[in-house]
Design a protein around this ligand. Sequence first.
Ligand code: NAP
Length: 253
Amino acid sequence: MNTKLATIVTGGGRGIGRAIAKRMASLTPVLVVGRTQSDLESVCKEITALGGTADFIVGDVSDPATATAAVAQLAAAGLSVGNLVCNAGIGTSGAAHTMDQKAWKDMFAVNVDGAMWFIQACLPQMIERKSGSICVISSVAGVKGFKYQTAYCATKHALVGMARAIALEVAKQNIQVVPICPSFVESEMTDRTIAGLVKHRGISAAEARTIVENTNPQKRIIPAEEVAELVATVCQGLVKSLNGQPLMMTGGE
Ligand SMILES: NC(=O)c1ccc[n+]([C@@H]2O[C@H](COP(=O)([O-])OP(=O)(O)OC[C@H]3O[C@@H](n4cnc5c(N)ncnc54)[C@H](OP(=O)(O)O)[C@@H]3O)[C@@H](O)[C@H]2O)c1
């Protein structure tokens, strides 16, 4: 087995995943996964300019073949998966009784199945090597309910449960599986939430942003780099007892 370790970041082309890819590239070579080739090329270019090593694979995480191909691409480059960051995710809102069934299934396919296929593809190498870190980007919606977010909350709760269960399975093999649960983070996903508030409440973008900021006791939207820093801490194995613990990034409860 290859002994040089790399990090896979799903949804690494933009938003939180892009910040994670850039931070992890200071520690290991990185492979970013997503559907938009131009975003992936751009983050790889940025990482290379900073002196890091990065490659990409275009694919949909809901297809198990994407995960298998990602691991094979690393192996072909002489790399083994040291860290996996399951970050790719989607979210739409709406009243539970009007939830479109296809949108419900799509959210589970990307958020839950997508993470599971990547964990399944990466774990065998980690188990054989007896080392590895898996960060699962859940959400504060993975531990709390939010109205009009039924599907998103259900998928994010599922990720916390999945991470906790696998964490127990692999604890003795020196592998940590950590669900990370941020509240609003600066990204296009949050921009869409702000745009939704503007549309539905007839308020200005500044007012909508303040509403979002006020959901955090620190009155701010978390920079994506802060999530990346937590992921880097977990992946460096500095605090091993975090295994299986949902890490809340909410600025206070
Ligand atoms: N923003 C927040 O406030 C916040 C808070 C807590 C947790 N989160 C979670 O953090 C993660 C990243 O969110 P973000 O805010 O950075 O969102 P974003 O800006 O919308 O980015 C989502 C990323 O996921 C990728 N992706 C989506 N569907 C995919 C698919 N089927 N296959 C492969 N990649 C896919 C996207 O790339 P392509 O579209 O190119 O595929 C993109 O890179 C998500 O899991 C989200 O639920 C976000």
